[in-house]
Design a protein around this ligand. Structure first.
Ligand SMILES: *[C@@H]1O[C@H](CO)[C@@H](O)[C@H](O)[C@H]1NC(C)=O
Length: 232
């Protein structure tokens, strides 16, 4: 729902509507951080393409969707922990070198594409039990510690397209329905890891380093309806 290309003017009508239905006192209680755009005052805050090197200070704690995409953020560790109702967060197109620590456990959608993350260690995601969508495409991820994602019991969509993985991540959550591993260099499919993904519907492994796929590879995946294996 957070479109990284969204711009303020798209929301002008919504802002006017918000001004109309929301008394001034209410707007004063949930101010929009300078330079940001708040189409849903107090709950939807867009601070995109502002050259930010740190998070804006005055984001209302009641915010449920925040985008700070396309800035120059290097580290947001523990800075968003107090946003106890934050469900959607976009940190895409920034300069994060590692997976952010201390994110609020209320998150359902986390966009981290186009950063500089190299490893996913176990522990960083442990508290994100409500996460359903995780975007990690176009980072520099070489390895995911086995089981690092296993605690994400509601995770449905995981995209790791355009990273530097050489094998299928082990112990992925069985709740996954969509998995995109395109544009890595995965050279073989670990059958036990794949077999655990009993809810998987769509699997993309295009543009990898696979030379062959054993005949029975997908037999254990009853929901699977699409597999992309082009350009291997
Ligand atoms: C996780 O989702 C459940 C169900 O929607 C909700 O009741 C719970 O409060 C959420 N947890 C957090 C930490 O927000």
């Amino acid at each position: 729902r957070l479109d990284p290309s969204s711009k303020c003017y798209i929301f002008r009508r919504h802002v006017l509507l918000a001004l109309f239905v929301c008394p001034l006192a209410c707007l004063a209680m949930s101010p929009c951080p300078p330079g940001c755009c708040c189409p849903g005052p107090g709950f939807l805050v867009l601070c995109e393409s502002l050259g930010l090197r740190s998070l804006p200070r005055s984001v209302p704690l009641s915010t449920s969707a925040l985008s700070v995409a396309r800035n120059q953020l290097c580290n947001v560790d523990h800075l968003l922990q107090a946003f106890s109702g934050l469900q959607e967060l976009s940190l895409s197109h920034n300069l994060l070198a590692r997976f952010p620590r201390g994110l609020p456990p209320s998150l359902e959608s986390l966009l981290l594409q186009e950063n500089r993350i190299t490893y996913i260690t176990s522990g960083v995601l442990r508290q994100l039990r409500n996460l359903t969508r995780l975007h990690l495409e176009d980072n520099r991820i070489r390895a995911i510690q086995p089981g690092a994602l296993l605690g994400l019991r509601k995770l449905q969509l995981l995209t790791l397209k355009g990273n530097k993985l050489t094998s299928l991540p082990r112990s992925l959550p069985p709740s996954l329905t969509h998995l995109d591993l395109s544009e890595n260099c995965i050279s073989s499919l670990d059958l036990p890891s794949l077999a655990a993904l009993v809810n998987l519907q769509v699997l993309q492994i295009n543009s990898n380093c696979l030379r062959s796929v054993p005949e029975n590879t997908f037999d254990s995946l009853p929901r699977l309806r699409s597999v992309g294996l082009t350009n291997n």
